[in-house]
Design a protein. Structure first.
Lengths: 431, 295
């Protein structure tokens, strides 16, 4: 039987652009007064007929998205920033209403757009478990029933009666996730929470999610980690500019996402943004400085990052990461890695070039993500999988394998050999 | 999905529509207040109240006793400034009791209004992440403030008894039994005004600055520091139009014995409250659905 538990029907969502909440009473009063007199709206630019015709003022975050999810499915939602993933989750979790269409849901839905929502720093761990549980939709009795499990899962038994403001950020996240993991809704909607906590705890969370799905519950995950989408999901949905562009097995969809439809991209001009630090262009070039997205497996290649820093930003770093075709991050590097580190804190235009040696990546298709950030503090600019390139094998027998079969990287190792003439040995009886 | 699946989708959905537990649509009806959902979230209301109480007094030396300081100091101030310096009439009552009665009542209403007015602003980070009936927040505020009111009220009663033992002309009348009704009307007025403002602040930020100041101005338009009987005839209508006037006067009348409030005036307050609250609920319900796009 086709047991659909979430039915998204032609959902659209329109946002107003520009400075939000900039509307003042005066502006509205003027507009109202003009309407009463039959005069044109005074806050429109000349030539506009009405506010809605000013198309630039709006953006469709989602446009006619339809989707059905059946019971017990784990569906991953992928897409670039601004593709509409978060908006879809917000609508599903009812924090905002759609502009058009409808969603029908069977069963209790719990959303984890963030863990620890509503945690109050002055309250103890115990008090916060109850408060957070209730915010997420649990009854007090349910929380009491699972209290021991939650505390055990979080691993903060010792500090359960300490105010959470004294917790380390790791403990904070563990406790928050522990509450969320024990929600036991029929449908769980998760956004990127897997990106928090230490590796061991992440593994535990992934395990818990798998458990949730095996228990017949439905899970919707938004993640940028293609690896975990591939590991966890039965199905993936790719969103691009507000519409579903692919829906199917996770491997197929994530590959399509990473390759972005076109096979290679060596140069991207970035849209200017409001951010205090942002990229202008990113380019891949060969050792002659020519932009290309096709590299010889034995030759080095270069990533050129051009960006602007508008004011002094202490701790700012530029970083990039290289992903293979299944979405695993092969390596990353930031401006703090070289000795001495490259300083990009001062306001100016930067043009950095970083070289990646040959004989490092096996033949295959790769993507590059670039970022400007203060690690663990704030993001200024992020372009995910913005460049796509191929490493090509050049008929050398040594590298003549499909990318994955030789592993993720090629390493030039030193092999020593010693050989002696073969001598016949007497077999000892005990050997 | 196969063509077959698509076909069955269209044929099977309509008859089993009642199986869906949640239907998310662009706008729900004006009257779809989802009160049942609110009732189901009563544990959350209780936990919000507990949070406000615990967090408010943690790491303070005096703890809940701080609740006593505010009305006491205000009353002393009023007694000095309006009683001693300005020598305003207090209907023949001991000025201290007169001002304290006004302060205790007014501070409940004022706290309810100003705090619920910031519902969306103060909770934007939570509202943006999780859905729960939004009305739980202002309702929890009303009840949290009720705790403070009870403390203030107990203090007031203690002073009434003290003055009575001291031989002051204070007589407690049978209308003290109106107190629950007075509280109910005040809570309703505070909630109504507060959620109207909170709904409007999502569109007009200007209002945020006006609320606290407005509450203060409104106090002077209410017989808190002066009795209704002392207002000049030409302004009396204005003061009487204020729905808080009968509440403050009735409270003072009941506990101190200056009966100046008619049933009609109280009925007026009640009706005003019902209208304000209804309008507020409708507006809040409307705004709540898309508020996170603009806050």
């Amino acid at each position: 039987m086709n047991d659909v538990v979430i039915s998204v029907e032609n959902i659209s969502k329109r946002y107003r652009l520009g400075v939000l909440g900039s509307r003042s009473l005066k502006e509205d009063a003027n507009r109202w007064w003009a309407r009463v007199r039959g005069a044109p709206d005074p806050s429109l630019k000349i030539g506009e007929r009405d506010r809605d015709s000013h198309r630039k003022g709006f953006i469709w975050a989602l446009r006619d998205v339809s989707l059905e999810v059946t019971r017990g499915e784990i569906v991953g939602i992928v897409g670039r920033n601004g593709a509409g993933k978060s908006t879809l989750l917000k609508i599903l979790s009812r924090t905002t209403a759609p502009t058009g269409g409808q969603v029908r849901v069977k069963g209790r839905i719990a959303s984890l757009l963030e863990v620890g929502t509503g945690f109050h720093p002055e309250l103890t761990g115990r008090e916060n478990i109850y408060l957070n549980g209730a915010i997420l939709g649990m009854r007090k009795a349910e929380i009491a029933h699972r209290f021991a499990d939650i505390v055990e899962f979080s691993g903060v038994e010792q500090f359960i009666d300490t105010p959470v403001k004294r917790y380390s950020s790791g403990m904070h996240v563990r406790l928050a996730f522990a509450v969320a993991a024990h929600l036991e809704p029929e449908i769980l909607v998760v956004d990127e929470v897997l990106a928090v906590g230490d590796a061991a705890f992440q593994k535990k969370c992934l395990g818990k999610m798998g458990e949730v799905a095996r228990a017949g519950r439905t899970v919707l995950i938004v993640s940028h980690n293609m690896g975990s989408i591939n590991d966890l999901c039965d199905r993936a949905v790719l969103l691009a500019t507000g519409s579903v562009v692919a829906d199917g097995p996770p491997e197929t969809v994530t590959r399509q996402y990473l390759s972005n439809g076109e096979s290679r991209r060596a140069h991207v001009e970035c849209q200017p943004s409001e951010s205090q630090a942002h990229f202008q262009a990113v380019t891949l070039c060969d050792d002659a400085g020519e932009p290309t997205a096709n590299f010889d497996i034995r030759k080095p290649f270069y990533l050129r990052m051009q960006f602007v820093v508008r004011r002094r930003i202490p701790g700012l770093q530029a970083a990039f990461a290289v992903y293979n075709s299944v979405g695993y991050r092969i390596f990353q590097s930031t401006t703090s890695h070289p000795e001495p580190a490259i300083d990009i804190e001062e306001p100016r235009q930067y043009d950095l070039r970083v070289g990646v040696p040959g004989r490092l990546l096996p033949a295959g298709s790769y993507t590059v993500t670039v970022a400007l950030h203060i690690p663990n503090v704030s993001w200024f600019d992020l372009h995910e999988h913005v460049l796509t390139f191929d490493i090509e094998d050049t008929r050398s027998k040594r590298f003549d394998h499909d990318g994955r079969s030789v592993g993720c990287v090629l390493v030039d190792l030193t092999w020593d050999q010693q050989h002696r003439p073969l001598v016949e040995r007497q077999e000892s009886p005990g050997a | 999905m196969s063509a077959e699946g698509m076909a069955s989708r269209h044929t099977t959905h309509a008859p089993v529509d009642d199986q869906w537990t949640i239907i998310i649509r662009p706008q729900r009806g004006w009257l779809d207040l989802r009160l049942r959902e609110l009732w189901r979230a009563r544990d959350l209301v209780a936990l919000f109240i507990r949070r406000d109480f615990v967090a408010g007094y943690k790491q303070t030396v005096l703890g809940p006793f701080w609740a006593l300081v505010q009305p006491l100091l205000t009353t002393v101030m009023f007694t000095l400034v309006f009683g001693r310096v300005a020598r305003l009439s207090t209907d023949g009552l001991p000025p201290f009791l007169f001002y304290m009665a006004g302060t205790v009542v007014w501070s409940y209403f004022s706290a309810c209004m100003t705090k619920t007015a910031d519902t969306f602003g103060a909770n934007a980070h939570i509202f943006g992440k999780v859905y729960f009936p939004r009305l739980t927040v202002p309702i929890a505020i009303l009840i949290s403030n009720m705790v403070a009111f009870v403390i203030h009220f107990a203090l007031f009663l203690a002073f009434v008894i003290y003055f009575w033992l001291d031989g002051a002309a204070v007589k407690v009348s049978a209308s003290v039994f109106l107190l629950p009704l007075l509280l109910f009307i005040m809570a309703g007025l505070g909630l109504g005004a507060g959620i109207i403002v909170s709904s409007l602040t999502t569109r007009y930020r200007d209002l945020q600055n006006v609320v606290t100041f407005g509450a203060q101005l409104l106090m002077y338009a209410t017989p808190v520091i002066y009795p209704l009987s002392a207002t000049p005839a030409k302004y009396r209508v204005l003061v009487q139009a204020n729905p808080m006037t009968p509440i403050v006067e009735a409270f003072r009348g009941a506990f101190l014995g200056t009966d100046t409030v008619s049933t009609g005036a109280l009925l007026y307050s009640f009706c005003f409250m019902v209208v304000a609250l209804t309008f507020g609920l409708l507006l809040f319900n409307r705004v709540e659905q898309t508020v996170m796009d603009t806050v």
